[in-house]
Design a protein around this ligand. Structure first.
Ligand code: FAD
Length: 389
């Protein structure tokens, strides 16, 4: 049973078809695959951001269009939103993430872009707003950069409120390049100020300044759905299921987490399609190993960099070490935009290929992770030796 049909869930379900004698069910709320990495394009009207499951999911996988409302690990049962109960032998938890809005007024007045439904609602609002209506995008991360540039390129009057800095995770040279191209598209950039409150017609910053906005778009912060925590499973502060390094839940070895919703050793990878595409097949390998009575291997994935679109015509590829720390090497402007489009297409190709030839998807390895995980491991308070005796 795979819960969640995003990048990680589809990859996991496809990889599970390596074994012919098992039944694989995928539960997802929609009957089509959502290309989340194109949701800013959906909002801006340059992509539908959907792909038919028949194009990316193996015909051996049964798709159930529903939402998992709860997991009862004790009896290995899930309850669907429709009320139906289903049993499983192994459950792959791949529910992804969504935006979080922790600031006053954001839930009422801000639009999101982190789910298909949010992006569709945002597009409808943009379509009916006056062309020169002020738009504020909150959050200087990759999603904020992609959304603000997409809308500014289409002629929007867009201001990006970054919080501390624009793209703080980028190398300084990459950051400067991103800023230059955003400004070239006409995006106003405000740094060193956080949105303290979203109002009906604007935002109030933490320095007291108020900015008018017809549409405020919230991109600052992502968290996993509440399903695991509400089902009594251990989660981290962002709701991700805590697992060991084989992606197996620390509470139950029949539950394997993957993608944005997984926190291996409590030290999650960056929420990204880049990680989800690699973690999906590896979650399936853990299930396959357990089914075969073997000991699953610790998973290892690595990053290449961050590739951000800046409108349709520009982009930035800031390369990174395998551990995701940015380096100075970068590709920018038009070549980076072309690479970004290639990446978007290749994620779909990779799922389609894995559906046809399970085992074909390969990832990177970050050999430094084991040492980092060990060094950062925190002794739980009740096992703290200094408290014993
Ligand atoms: C605008 C935007 C641009 C992005 N661009 C990039 C990028 O360029 N590069 C990059 O690496 N990352 C990017 N990301 C992040 C990337 O999209 C996510 O990290 C990635 O989608 C995670 O994959 P996933 O399979 O874990 O989750 P998802 O793709 O979110 O899939 C999870 C699925 O589970 C479903 N689900 C949730 N709850 C339940 C439930 N209870 N029952 C059943 N199903 C459920 C969801 O509806 C969804 O279909 C971007 C995100 C956004 C919003």
């Amino acid at each position: 049973m795979v819960v969640g049909g995003g990048y990680a869930g589809v990859m996991a379900a496809n990889r599970l078809t390596k074994r012919e004698d098992i039944e694989i069910t995928l539960v997802n709320p929609r009957d089509h695959f959502v290309e989340r990495i194109r949701l800013h394009q959906l909002a801006g009207g340059t992509s539908e951001a959907v792909v038919a499951y028949t194009d990316v999911l193996s015909p051996r996988v049964r798709l159930v269009v529903d939402t998992v409302a709860s997991i009862d690990a004790g009896v290995r049962t899930i309850t669907l939103g429709s009320g139906q109960e289903m049993t499983y032998d192994y459950l792959v938890y791949a529910v992804g993430s969504a935006g979080t809005t922790r600031v006053a007024g954001a839930a009422e007045h801000a639009y999101g872009v982190s789910t298909y439904e949010e992006a569709t609602r945002l597009k409808a609002a943009l379509d009916t707003a006056p062309a020169d209506a002020p738009v504020i995008v909150v959050g200087g991360g990759p999603t904020g950069i992609e959304v603000s540039s997409e809308l500014a390129e289409a002629g929007g009057n867009v201001t990006l409120v970054c919080g501390d800095r624009l793209g703080p995770w980028l190398h300084e040279k990459g950051r400067v390049a991103a800023e230059r191209d955003l400004r070239r598209l006409g995006v106003g950039i405000i740094e060193d100020a956080r949105v303290a409150e979203v109002l009906a017609g604007g935002v109030r910053l933490d320095n007291g300044r108020e900015l008018p906005s017809t549409l405020t778009i919230w991109t600052a912060g992502f968290a996993a759905p509440d399903l695991a925590r509400a089902s009594g499973l251990s989660t981290d502060e962002l709701g991700r299921l805590v697992t060991d390094e084989t992606l197996t839940s620390v509470d139950d070895d029949r539950i394997i987490a993957t993608g944005d919703a997984a926190a291996p050793s409590g030290q999650a990878y960056r929420m990204s399609c880049q990680a989800a595409n690699q973690l999906g097949p590896l979650a399936a390998e853990t299930v396959l190993a357990r089914l075969a009575g073997a000991t699953p291997e610790a998973v290892s994935i690595g990053f290449v960099g961050q590739c951000i679109s800046i409108g349709r015509g520009l982009g930035l590829l800031n390369f990174a070490r395998r551990d995701d720390s940015a380096v100075a090497a970068r590709l920018r402007a038009v070549p980076a935009a072309k690479v970004k489009e290639l990446i978007c297409r290749s994620t779909v190709w990779a799922m389609a290929m894995e559906a046809r030839r399970p085992g074909s998807a390969i990832g990177f390895k970050d050999r430094s992770r084991a040492a980092r995980v060990q060094a950062a491991a925190v002794t739980p308070p009740d096992r703290d030796p200094s408290r014993l005796g």
